[in-house]
Design a binder for this molecule. Structure first.
Ligand SMILES: [Zn+2]
Length: 281
């Protein structure tokens, strides 16, 4: 009887860890990086020691607000009660459109954006939304590092490329948690990637493809420096832009890099694993 009881209890414990493993670990102790499936746009969540950093907030159109309809429910479901830092890569609708809808329901402690966008008309409109009034905004004129929880963030403010394209001024973020690195370049084109390489980039095992996998980003040179194991394409299903571009996919294939995409794979959560990242879902 005793043996059977022990066996039974063991099975119960095994089942609860096996099936509900992710819920069994308190979120306050989890280090993770999630690429949210928000359609054609970007929203990336970093969690570390109970802190939450959101890099971009997904798209919003007059008919669908991915911030309010997708990001907020996901944050609530996974226990995020507050965003400690919201990073705006650049004020295009597919990155910043969802921010007001998020701010209406989840408190944001601080926003970071490049100083170049201070008087950008889209940013002016977004930042004057009632939900964002009173949220401290840090306007970056130069790169800096921040530590939030166990996550070390490095922001790169690259020089303007002489065009009027917002993508060129994308704020670049390198995330490092427990020795595992991930690079997010917003919608930076390959000309900007050259400037980034000159800054001296370390390798990173995870790369979010610049500009949703457009052919004009993710140069061979960048891949050689970063040497990612996995690349993420944050894209909407059957988007009008043809993202990710076949040229980008070919470059990844030739370099032996695994591709994951939010339109087919849904939201992708990775956990740091001794210099690499393990897909947990
Ligand atoms: Zn974009």
């Amino acid at each position: 009887m005793i043996d059977r009881f022990k066996l039974g209890a063991g099975l119960v414990i095994f089942a609860s860890v096996g099936i509900f493993g992710s819920q069994a670990i308190p979120w306050s102790h989890v280090n993770s990086l999630s690429f949210l499936s928000v359609g054609q746009g970007d929203a990336t969540l970093v969690r570390s020691e109970g802190k939450a950093i959101l890099i971009d907030g997904g798209p919003a159109t007059p008919s669908f607000d991915a911030g309010a309809r997708l990001v907020v429910p996901w944050l609530k479901r996974t226990g995020v009660r507050q965003i400690d830092l919201f990073v705006v890569t650049h004020p295009d609708q597919d990155h910043v459109g969802g921010l007001p809808g998020i701010a209406r329901q989840i408190p944001i402690r601080e926003i970071v954006i490049r100083d170049d966008f201070r008087s950008h008309p889209v940013w002016q409109a977004v930042s004057s939304e009632p939900a964002l009034r009173g949220v401290p905004i840090t306007y970056l004129k130069q790169g800096r590092t921040r530590k939030i929880g166990e996550a070390n963030l490095t922001f790169w403010v690259l020089p303007a490329l002489g065009t009027k394209d917002d993508n060129d001024l994308s704020l670049v973020t390198l995330i490092e948690i427990a020795g595992s690195r991930a690079l997010l370049t917003g919608d930076l084109p390959s000309t900007g990637e050259q400037a980034l390489i000159r800054k001296g980039l370390p390798p990173a095992s995870l790369l979010k493809l610049g500009h949703h996998g457009s052919s004009t980003s993710t140069s061979v040179e960048l891949l050689e420096v970063i040497q990612p194991e996995t690349a993420i394409a944050s894209v909407g299903a059957t988007n009008n832009y043809g993202h990710p571009a076949w040229q980008t996919l070919q470059r990844l294939r030739r370099a032996g890099i695994r591709l994951k995409r939010t339109d087919r794979d849904g939201t992708l959560t990775f956990v740091p694993n001794y210099g690499r990242w393990t897909l947990s879902r």
